[in-house]
Ligand binder design. Structure first.
Ligand code: TZP
Ligand code: MG
Length: 212
């Protein structure tokens, strides 16, 4: 997969207010539980706060030897010497990030199979496709794509792609049966009573269906 290691479970640590645990405590629990990649996401935090938690998660991911990806902000990714950046349709263009991060992991968000197919021509290492189910972390932005989209994506995408949006232990089996191999989650682990166990269970389901 080039710059991006093979992965199945991508966990996003979201700095949005009201999360039950501090980001570094959550980060350690999900890394212990088997998350392959950690992303730090901050839609409302200041650059200072983003960097503060980024430094802590950077140390943690280095300790565990797993990649840290920064959502949206190439400047924060560079300042942290993170492993990569995840960009959306309204962020800096992928080609621009690739110039600045020639060896970095670059992810790109897409919201339909057509958008994902078009994005395969960009210099991204992986694509995110979603929301697949209604998402408590991104409410009301777009109608959920559903499992038919997963079947189409599995049949047509060549670049590694992950499914995102409302994924949890309950709906993961049907998602995997539809052809997904990689998932990203926020609430399924961050809002679980025990994020370590929640991560482990997701990872076990992923591995049972698609051994790495
Ligand atoms: N992009 C599409 S849905 C989503 C993002 C960032 C949020 C995923 O969070 P959750 O809580 O796992 O639905
Ligand atoms: Mg974005």
């Amino acid at each position: 997969m080039g710059r991006c290691p093979e992965f199945s479970l991508y966990v996003i640590v979201d700095l949005r207010p009201g999360m039950p645990r501090p980001p570094d405590e959550l980060g350690r629990m999900v890394l212990d539980g088997g998350a392959d990649i950690l992303q730090l996401r901050a839609k409302t935090a200041s650059g200072r706060e983003f960097f503060f938690w980024g430094e802590r998660l950077r140390r943690l991911t280095q300790e565990y030897g797993r990649p840290l990806i920064i959502n949206d902000r190439l400047d924060v990714a560079l300042a942290l010497e993170a492993d990569g950046v995840h960009l959306g349709q309204d962020d800096l263009p992928v080609a621009c990030a690739r110039k600045v991060l020639p060896e970095g992991i670059i992810g790109f968000s897409t919201h339909s199979v057509a958008e994902a197919l078009a994005a395969e021509a960009l210099a991204a290492d992986y694509l995110a496709l979603g929301p697949i189910f209604p998402s408590p972390s991104k409410p009301g932005t777009q109608a959920p794509l559903g499992l038919a989209t997963i079947r189409q994506a599995a049949a047509s995408l060549r670049l590694p792609w992950l499914a995102i949006g409302g994924i949890n232990e309950g709906n993961l089996p049907e998602l995997l049966s539809a052809g997904a191999r990689r998932i990203a989650v926020i609430s399924a682990v961050a809002c679980a009573e025990n994020p370590y166990l929640a991560t482990r269970r997701l990872k076990e389901l992923l591995e049972t269906c698609h051994p790495q």
